[in-house]
Design a protein around this ligand. Structure first.
Ligand code: PEP
Ligand code: MN
Length: 338
């Protein structure tokens, strides 16, 4: 464990931390960093009273060296962090947040019709990419700023919170001007400059797990965002790549209870990218809620057969309505609300 002191702490305050550690029977060693002083606690983790140390003057944080503890910060009795989704909803409280919409914003009538259906079915967020990370450079790359304007129009009409992806540092300011939640996609989860850039602005961040990223790598990605100053991170499990071929990805639902055990940050599941198959989206949504997810991120389209991207995994609007209604017993069984 390490005790990170605030940058302008005095020698007396470091001595006080050392006294506390002596009282707890913990060995220690002071490291004089160029920007911050650190007191390293040697062994005896079980004797360390973390809360007591954290309430000492000028202690910034007590960190577990082997784990990114800004993101993995849950202590017994802690509640999940409730993060705003726009002006009138939150995620992480009692209510399960349904966020749905097309893979990509295509046209005004497309996004408006879908937004109205999402709202009517009980959704609180509208997802949709204006900047699309595509495998092929010849595929549709998104409408860019025009797409963001259409999303803002949909918010105006429906009140839904806008969740949309930002792919590079240069676009963070632009996307943050339109979005209620900035999505960092699976491909970008490893981009530490982007993570730092979204951490320096104040809108919540939906952080998708990289398809080859371990849980620890996901936690460390969140760590970049939080360390840069933004504590409002929402984890998103969207499936990982395995040897299995019957689904696009393997939806790794066991990370949901594990993340909930170690972190106070809310967790969303994306069963659309997680399976790549429309018929599997509803059962995996039920399972996600049953194992503790705080929300769902689902692709829906008014006409999936002609969607410009990810049509195979997008639900028809009536299927989304059915999913939302069928989810209710699972929500109730999990002790949550819709
Ligand atoms: C998306 O949400 O449309 C998307 C591109 O997701 P991912 O980054 O998980 O592939
Ligand atoms: Mn998609």
């Amino acid at each position: 464990m390490i005790v990170l002191m605030k940058p302008s702490c005095s020698q007396d305050q470091i001595d006080h931390v050392i006294e506390l550690l002596d009282e707890m029977g913990c060995d220690h060693c002071v490291i004089n960093g160029s920007k911050q002083q650190v007191v390293e606690v040697l062994g005896a983790r079980d004797r360390l009273d973390r809360r007591r140390l954290e309430s000492a003057p000028m202690v910034e944080r007590v960190l577990d060296k082997s784990a990114p503890t800004l993101a993995a910060d849950r202590q017994p009795g802690d509640r999940t962090r409730e993060i705003p989704l726009g002006a009138s909803a939150t995620i992480g409280g009692a209510k399960i947040a349904l966020i749905a919409g097309p893979c990509a914003v295509e046209t005004e009538s497309q996004i408006m019709e879908i937004a109205a259906a999402v709202k009517e079915a009980g959704g609180v967020g509208l997802r949709g990419g204006a900047f699309k990370p595509r495998t092929s450079p010849y595929s549709f790359q998104g409408l860019g700023e025009g797409g963001l304007e259409l999303l803002a129009l949909a918010r105006e009409k429906t009140g839904l919170a806008i969740v949309t992806e930002v792919m590079c540092c240069e676009d963070v300011e632009l996307v943050a001007r339109f979005a209620d939640v900035l999505q960092v996609g699976s491909r970008s989860m490893h981009s530490s400059p982007l993570l730092t850039a979204v951490g320096r602005q104040s809108k919540p961040v939906l952080l998708k797990r990289g398809w080859c990223a371990s849980l620890m790598e996901l936690l460390n990605a969140a760590e970049y965002i939080i360390k840069a100053g933004n504590p409002d991170v929402i984890f998103c499990e969207r499936g990982i790549r395995t040897f299995e071929t019957f689904t696009r990805n393997t939806l790794s639902l066991s990370v949901v209870p594990e993340l909930k055990r170690i972190s106070t940050l809310p967790v969303v599941v994306d069963p659309s990218h997680g399976t790549g198959r429309r018929d599997l989206v509803a059962p995996m949504s039920n399972a996600a809620v049953a194992c503790g997810a705080d929300g769902l991120l689902i692709e829906v389209h008014r006409d999936p057969d002609i969607a410009w991207s990810d049509g195979d995994q997008s639900l028809h609007l009536d299927q989304f309505r059915t999913l939302a209604a069928a989810l209710r017993p699972f929500v109730a069984a999990a002790g949550r609300e819709v």
